[in-house]
Design a protein around this ligand. Sequence first.
Ligand code: ADP
Ligand code: ADP
Length: 227
Amino acid sequence: MAGVSLRHLHKSYGKNGPLVVKDVNLDIEDGEFMVFVGPSGCGKSTTLRMVAGLERVSQGEIYIGDELVNNVPPKKRDIAMVFQNYALYPNMSVFENMAFGLRLRKTEKHLIDTSVKQNARTLEIEHLLERKPRQLSGGQRQRVALGRAIVRHPKVFLMDEPLSNLDARLRVQMRTEIVELHRRLETTMIYVTHDQTEAMTMGTRICIMKDGVIQQVGAPEDVYMRP
Ligand code: ADP
Ligand code: ADP
């Protein structure tokens, strides 16, 4: 496991672009479920994508555990990321989708087999392993996306609005499942949402952003959100 530290983090897109993340300082503890919440365009995704290594840091430092990762490529970071649009490979089966990251890392075949099946069972998608993504419902696809992330046992989980494409009922159900998954995996979670209810019900701590800066950080009962 590992915590994540953001030190004087700044980001602007392009050479003369405005700062969309401004002097963000935050220590996310090992095993914590941290939710970034705030209106669209406030810099949540950009912050998360810098932690993932998908965007360059303009200024400041990001540590994963004790390691300064500013110049570490995404694949070398011990993280897994889940997006709102699932990003599954359409021509691969559920099994192949889940196994993909392990195959890339040359994991032994029987270990891949065991890990995929075990995690599929956890997510209750074991019966779907031979299907293609197009043969799945939205909720099932999101479970496969989660499955693909957890088979690698990353130290840090990053989720960017993973539930926003689901219908309301499923969204509420998946909230509980993700919280439960986090508890079971004992991993560090950084979760981005614009949904205040989601933030309040899921996070052990909440970081409220506005216009690229952190406005408040605290436990759900301690932060104030405008209704
Ligand atoms: P969300 O708000 O749900 O994160 P967006 O529609 O804002 O999604 O962004 C989708 C993609 O477009 C992201 O990869 C983001 O980095 C990129 N993007 C967002 N705003 C801009 C912009 N002004 N110029 C170029 N790319 C952008
Ligand atoms: P949020 O996740 O809170 O919706 P973002 O981090 O996606 O916010 O965006 C923060 C700001 O950066 C927005 O003004 C957005 O338009 C801009 N932005 C995001 N991605 C890009 C990009 N690839 N190029 C230029 N501007 C971008």
